[in-house]
Design a binder for this molecule. Structure first.
Ligand code: MLT
Ligand code: MN
Length: 310
């Protein structure tokens, strides 16, 4: 059985975001029953229930581990069911949780050459003691079999593929043109399959567009957890909560002719779930019109603690 835990469903900043005084964030702070708070996006996945792999490591990872008993230590004085981390980009909300995993605990970290190069260039990640933490660069388009640090097979196979996106905000270089120096491998999608059963799903928490080859790859998929950053491309600007569009940030938005709802309309994906949802996105409110709209289009809006079994 393939088990998936949603550790965090929000985009960078989380929900509520520390400096947002929006009505939505204040409802979440007040504990409004229609507005669940959410930590920053990450999944945990396991085929055997004992060895878990994180898909990205968010700054909220310590809290996420505490809130998810399958990730608690079980054997001996020092132990973790977390065998490794697979990274989809080098964004702050996806890599800084690695620093929570220090303390000389064996782990394996997987990522594209672009993402592993970013980690390698920043000495703070040496806090993950290289005597214990292996780093493995994954070639795009290949299938790899994650292993626990002691070599125990995970029972999973993973394919990584480039998706349209943007280099991490802190690596943007405006002098090299409109794409800020973005290269293939800065943002990847993952297809995770249980080797024994063939059950599989896609994890794509960041995606800037739906080109034909990506649409083809996703057609007929049984399950996808997909970038749900914004509902409208301009919502941060129109709400005076930011200066950037979704396009500028490297994210598709849900609505509009180029949006996610339209892009998936004819792909025949059985189960569609939004994740990496920005604190400005009204789908976070259970009682919003926008939530009703995405649900009517067959989408679910993920929350921290959501569990899926395939
Ligand atoms: C994004 O998803 O666009 C980034 O996480 C933004 C950020 O670094 O805050
Ligand atoms: Mn992000």
């Amino acid at each position: 059985m393939l088990r998936i835990l949603v550790l965090g469903a929000a985009a960078g900043g989380g929900f509520p975001q520390w400096n947002s005084n929006s009505n939505a964030c204040n409802r979440a702070r007040r504990g409004d029953p229609h507005v669940k708070a959410r930590t920053q996006s990450s999944l945990a996945v396991s085929a055997d229930g004992e060895h878990w792999f994180l898909l990205n490591a968010s700054p909220d990872l310590r809290q996420q581990i505490n809130e998810n008993p399958p990730l608690h230590p079980k054997n001996g004085q020092r132990h973790s069911p977390i065998s490794g981390v697979i990274l989809t980009n080098a964004d702050v909300d996806h890599v800084t949780g690695l620093l929570t995993l220090r303390e000389s605990q064996p782990l394996v970290v997987y990522g594209s050459d672009r993402v592993m190069g970013t980690l390698g260039a920043n000495s703070i990640f040496n806090a993950l003691n290289p005597d214990f933490v292996q780093r493995k660069t994954i070639d795009l388009g290949t299938v790899f079999h994650p292993q626990a640090p002691d070599g125990t097979p995970s029972g999973l196979e993973v394919e990584t593929f480039a998706v349209p996106g943007k280099v991490a905000l802190y690596l943007e270089d405006a002098s090299v043109g409109e794409n800020f120096g973005t290269q293939a491998g800065d943002t990847v999608g993952l297809m995770i399959r249980e080797t024994a059963t063939g059950r599989h799903f896609f994890y794509i928490p960041g995606c800037a567009a739906m080109p034909d080859d990506l649409a083809q790859r996703l057609t007929g998929a049984p399950l996808i957890l997909f970038d749900g950053t914004l509902f409208e491309n301009e919502e941060m600007i129109s709400r005076s909560e930011g200066i950037k569009t979704g396009n500028r940030m490297g994210h598709m938005s849900m609505s509009g002719p180029e949006g996610t709802l339209a892009a998936f309309e004819n792909l025949g994906v059985e189960r569609r779930i939004f994740i990496h949802i920005n604190n400005t996105n009204p789908v976070l409110l259970d009682d919003s019109d926008e939530r009703a709209t995405v649900e009517a289009a067959g989408w679910e809006v993920s929350w921290d603690g959501m569990e899926i079994e395939l």
